[in-house]
Design a protein. Structure first.
Lengths: 186, 207
């Protein structure tokens, strides 16, 4: 039932043709072609460095937190779900949003590990890496995914975003065989 | 082409713009899309511009590089889009002229939720393009979060302008250059104005 509640959100994507704006269950949203997002992220990272990207992760988490909270605020399934079920619902929401498929690998009350069966952002980096002659990275790339996960965990746990920390520990873009994220709560 | 425009919009939207159940991938018309809250990129741009507000030269250089990055992205995205099977099925048969190409590409962009392109005008002889964007997501986000802007902020749209001409009249990325001439984040009013022209260094032959 919980998963069906998430899948049902697919019917709530609407385009306001007159103004060229879009809403997802009433929340203004937009589509980002992966080339725009990836190329822009590289540009921002070059200008701001790691501190800047951490700041970007935080603002991403806050934006997604607000959007996801609004998406589920009237959902009985969400309100009645356990924190663990909410975490699963959150990962399903990521799939609907096109960010990829992520799975919980380890989950305790204060700690979790998420791995990506498919991570659209990292795949996009690799796809574009050859065209733009970027080197294989030395540090993980998926700041926005970390922010997205941070929002998901905070909302599922009824915590402020600032009480959840997400760090990418392994990333396809540095040559790892998959992306993996460590989540700490509290 | 007017009748086809709404058909194209419906067809693109009808592809079902959400990630698949298995891998969470949203690949439509040759490009992969991600759904995000409005203003996601603009929040990052604001942080960038704040760090450079005391250095006008650096700010101008950064703005240009953001426009160029978007232009490269637009150029490659449009090429992939026009090479896709969905484009062939839905749009190709109704496209006769270069203006049809322009209008069709604008219709797809209008489905991204970035705002609405209106009154596109391309002068093939002069190799120029102008269009307006109503309700630019970037401008509205900036104005609602940071107040009136001192400079144009719709870098992605400027990139789209340059990318459109690169694809339609150019031989490669960067032959043209997009600019925002008027930004709603500065003046209010809901309409931004963009143009694309030959890149200066290309005109003087020193690229």
């Amino acid at each position: 039932m919980a998963n069906e509640a998430v899948l049902g959100l697919r019917g709530q994507l609407t385009l306001d043709e007159k103004n060229g704006r879009m809403a997802f269950a009433g929340q203004t949203a937009l589509y980002l072609p992966h080339k725009f997002l990836t190329r822009w992220l590289v540009e921002v990272e070059q200008a701001l460095g790691v501190e800047g990207m951490l700041s970007l992760q935080r603002s991403t988490a806050e934006q997604f937190y607000t959007m996801q909270r609004e998406l589920f605020k009237n959902s009985t399934e969400w309100l009645e779900a356990s924190p663990t079920q909410r975490l699963e619902m959150g990962l399903m929401l990521l799939r609907i949003e096109g960010w990829g498929r992520f799975e919980w690998e380890e989950l305790t009350p204060n700690l979790g590990r998420v791995w990506a069966r498919n991570n659209t952002l990292a795949e996009a980096y690799l796809e574009n890496m050859q065209r733009w002659m970027w080197p294989l990275r030395e540090t993980p790339f998926c700041w926005l995914v970390s922010g997205r996960l941070q929002a998901l965990v905070a909302l599922a746990s009824n915590l402020p975003v600032g009480q959840v920390r997400v760090m990418e520990r392994a990333c396809l873009t540095v040559g790892a065989d998959r992306c993996s994220f460590r989540v700490e709560v509290g | 082409m007017v009748q086809q425009e709404s058909g194209l919009r419906r067809a693109f939207w009808g592809l079902g713009l959400y990630g698949d159940d298995e891998l969470g991938v949203m690949e439509r018309m040759g490009t992969t899309l991600l759904l995000a809250p409005s203003g996601l990129m603009m929040a990052g741009n604001a942080a960038l511009l704040r760090t450079m507000r005391d250095d006008p030269e650096q700010r101008v250089a950064l703005e240009r590089s953001l426009c160029d990055a978007a232009q490269w992205s637009a150029y490659t995205t449009f090429l992939e889009l026009m090479g896709s099977a969905e484009w062939t099925a839905v749009a190709a048969s109704s496209i006769r002229t270069i203006t049809d190409y322009l209008e069709a590409l604008c219709e797809i962009v209008n489905c991204w939720g970035w705002g609405k392109v209106s009154t596109p005008h391309m002068d093939v002889e002069q190799k120029t393009l102008t269009f307006e964007v109503q309700h630019s997501d970037a401008a509205e986000f900036w104005r609602s979060h940071f107040g009136p802007a001192l400079h144009p902020v719709c870098f992605a749209w400027a990139g789209v302008a340059g990318g459109l001409l690169d694809v339609l009249l150019g031989r490669r990325y960067g032959d043209f250059e997009g600019h925002e001439m008027q930004c709603a984040a500065m003046r209010g009013g809901g309409v931004c104005l963009f143009s694309a022209t030959l890149r200066h260094s290309f005109i003087s032959g020193i690229r």
